[in-house]
Structures are given as C-alpha cells and as structure tokens.
Write a protein that binds this ligand. Structure first.
Ligand code: AMP
Length: 150
C-alpha cells in the first residue's frame, strides 16, 4: 500500500472525500418545522443542511432546534410545528469548507463539528465531509506508516 508522508496526507483535496450533495438529505428554506422533523426522524441524521432553491447553504437544522422552538411552559406544543419555518429555528453556526480546501483545514474544523459543509466560490452547496470519513483516512494514514516503519 502506498504510504503518504505527513505533508501529502494534509494536502489531499477535501473533494476526494466529500459525500456529494445529491446524496445529502436536506430541507429547503421556507419548509415547515413539521416537514423538517419528518425528514430528520426518517433519515436518522442528527442535523442536516438548509438550502435554498438554488442549492445555496443557509444553515443547519437539528431535531433539538425544533423541539426547543415548540417547548411551552408545561408541554411540547406540537400544533405549532406547521406554522414555524425552518429559517426561524436553524443555526448559522456550522463548519464550512471551500471546494479548494485540503484535509489540513478540515482537520482543524472537524474537532468542533460532526460534519462540515462544502461550498463552491459562489456559495453553492457541494456536499459534506463527515468526521467519520476523516477519522477513517487518519486511521489508514497512521497504520500504513506504522507498517512501513516496523
Ligand atoms: P456519520 O459520520 O455518518 O455518523 O454522520 C455524522 C452526521 O453527518 C450525521 O448525524 C448527519 O448530521 C450528517 N450526515 C452524514 N451523512 C449525511 C447524509 N447523507 N445526509 C445528511 N446528513 C448527513
């Protein structure tokens, strides 16, 4: 197996490891929280991107953000789900990579995010890079280097 040195490992383009946008579950701006909760529950993902009709990234949405928005004083007010828009509850705090970025930048950001969103120079969503995929690459790198040095 070809073993990369540290520089070669860090300089790999993030696009080599991205889950492309067509395979990423998402909701659209203007969708109701009810629809989003359905998507989140059915896919089982903890959070998903919020995109507009032109596939530009606007935020991230999780089940927790939705349940917090409908939490009343004494009960969860499910009847409000249909009237709340995802735009009102989504988070604008997410890790973003450019398509031209390398694993070095991804490694820095993925410490604080389970996945990173990848956008092109116009802000169009290209896909995600997950912590799982990065850890898999890191493990491969560590073990192939160990075998070469053994
Ligand atoms: P994983 O590393 O596969 O456990 O994914 C970590 C997180 O990344 C998931 O909980 C989701 O929030 C997000 N994610 C991974 N794959 C997808 C996908 N295909 N569509 C939407 N979100 C995803």
């Amino acid at each position: 197996m070809i073993s990369l040195n540290k520089r070669q490992f860090l300089d790999q383009p993030v696009m080599d490891f991205v889950i492309s946008s067509e395979k990423v579950a998402h909701v659209q701006t203007g969708n109701s929280a009810e629809h989003a909760l359905l998507v989140l529950t059915k896919t089982g993902y903890s959070s998903i991107p919020v995109l507009d009709a032109k596939y530009r990234l606007h935020g991230l949405l999780s089940t927790k953000m939705i349940t917090e928005a409908i939490l009343g004083m004494e009960r969860i007010e499910y009847e409000r789900l249909a009237s709340i828009k995802v735009d009102d509850v989504m988070s604008k705090e997410y890790g973003v990579l450019r398509t031209s970025d390398t694993l070095q930048r991804a490694l820095d950001l993925v410490i604080n995010h389970a996945f990173l969103c990848v956008v092109d120079s116009e802000g169009t969503f290209e896909g995600i890079l997950t912590r799982r995929v990065i850890l898999k690459q890191l493990k491969k790198y560590i073990y192939t280097r160990q075998e070469q040095n053994a």
